[in-house]
Design a protein around this ligand. Structure first.
Ligand SMILES: *[C@@H]1O[C@H](CO)[C@@H](O)[C@H](O)[C@H]1NC(C)=O
Ligand SMILES: *[C@@H]1O[C@H](CO)[C@@H](O)[C@H](O)[C@H]1NC(C)=O
Ligand SMILES: *[C@@H]1O[C@H](CO)[C@@H](O)[C@H](O)[C@H]1NC(C)=O
Ligand SMILES: *[C@@H]1O[C@H](CO)[C@@H](O)[C@H](O)[C@H]1NC(C)=O
Ligand SMILES: *[C@@H]1O[C@H](CO)[C@@H](O)[C@H](O)[C@H]1NC(C)=O
Length: 313
């Protein structure tokens, strides 16, 4: 009796061990963490700015901490408030980049955003170019959402969503927007993930401010509040450094209130070939990101768009 019980226990133990082998790796979904293709580092071509000099406080002044002589900043979301900065200048085209480290832990509903907008000036015909980093639940699905509005209301969003190929809470990663007369490109660690060519039909075309924010997106980001922000884990701190903002600055709004299209030139430095056209290597890297990591595109959403927008073809 004693012997067979020992054998049974051993079998049970090895069965449990085998189960763990299969269960543990899939739980964290680490399969999405890839080594990305090599690409040129556009972020090395543009000088950094002082966050302190370039930005003003927008909201949550008590939840922001400038560091390193104003070259980096921590923005915090707690039960009382989020925090946000807005650029002191408006830009009509440019190169916009930030190195961001996201809060770790369970961050469901916590939204960290780096975006351009002029909704404050044109409430009914605004332009917007968004990078929104969505907090994640237990499954470690880190998501970057990109969106573009051109002369339109918020009813006509053009979202694309991707899983990140790394854990963005472990180190700083570069999130970049190129917006010029030729195209708008979203890049993550210099890998282009989305490109919108300048077409007459749909293109952001009026000066915009740059915003850097952290906020409670419980309702918006988690299927109508399915996984709201859990303030048991607060404060949530997002760190920003190596900010690069380089573009055509405008202090006044354009004379044409309709925002009719005009071709504005970027500063000479941004008219370099690297900024106006993707290379073959960059196109291949973008194909890689879209094939492996994109899980939503408005261009495939036929329930939302009976007729797909022209730029989708
Ligand atoms: C701090 O930053 C300002 C510009 O924002 C710069 O003029 C100054 O030299 C910097 N000081 C140090 C010690 O780096
Ligand atoms: C800023 O946030 C980082 C976490 O990303 C943290 O390690 C650091 O201590 C914070 N600095 C300050 C001054 O709060
Ligand atoms: C923009 O970048 C160029 C170099 O690429 C630099 O000479 C210029 O000072 C930058 N402008 C700003 C506002 O940082
Ligand atoms: C932008 O929208 C305004 C108001 O909705 C409209 O009058 C104008 O023609 C539009 N401009 C472009 C370039 O589509
Ligand atoms: C503006 O620039 C785009 C892209 O270079 C070009 O296709 C278009 O013809 C230009 N429009 C005008 C009005 O110059």
């Amino acid at each position: 009796m004693e012997i067979s019980r020992g054998v049974m226990e051993l079998r049970l133990l090895s069965f449990i061990f085998l189960c763990m082998l299969f269960v543990v790796p899939s739980r964290g979904r680490f399969t999405r963490y890839y080594t990305p293709p090599n690409v040129p580092r556009l972020t090395d071509l543009v000088p950094r700015v002082s966050i302190d000099q370039c930005f003003a406080k927008l909201f949550g002044a008590s939840n922001m901490r400038l560091m390193n002589n104003g070259s980096s900043v921590n923005l915090t979301l707690d039960k009382v408030s989020g925090a946000g900065l807005v650029s002191r200048n408006k830009y009509h085209y440019g190169f916009f980049s930030a190195s961001i480290k996201l809060p770790s832990g369970l961050t469901s509903g916590v939204v960290v955003a780096f975006y351009l907008s002029n909704a404050d000036v044109y409430p009914h015909s605004h332009d917007e170019i968004d990078i929104e980093l969505l907090g994640h639940d237990k499954r470690k699905d880190w998501v970057i959402q990109t969106n573009i509005y051109a002369n339109g209301s918020v009813k006509t969003g053009r979202e694309e969503k991707f899983y990140l190929w790394f854990d963005p809470s472990l180190k700083y990663h570069d999130y970049t927007i190129i917006w010029n007369n030729y195209h708008t490109v979203f890049l993550v660690d210099n890998i282009p993930v989305r490109e919108l060519r300048n077409s007459e039909a749909f293109y952001p075309s009026k000066p915009m401010s740059v915003f850097v924010t952290i906020w409670d997106g419980s309702e918006w980001a988690t299927h109508g509040g399915k996984y709201p922000v859990d303030y048991k884990y607060a404060p949530y701190v997002a760190s920003f450094e190596e900010m690069e903002i380089n573009g055509s600055m405008t202090t006044s709004t354009p004379t044409s209130p309709s925002g009719s299209k005009t071709n504005v030139s970027s500063p000479d430095t941004l008219e370099r070939p690297e900024f106006i056209k993707l290379s073959q290597q960059q196109i291949e890297a973008m194909d890689w990101a879209r094939r492996k990591l994109m899980f939503y595109s408005y261009c495939k959403d036929t329930s939302r768009y009976k007729v797909l927008p022209p730029e989708c073809k």
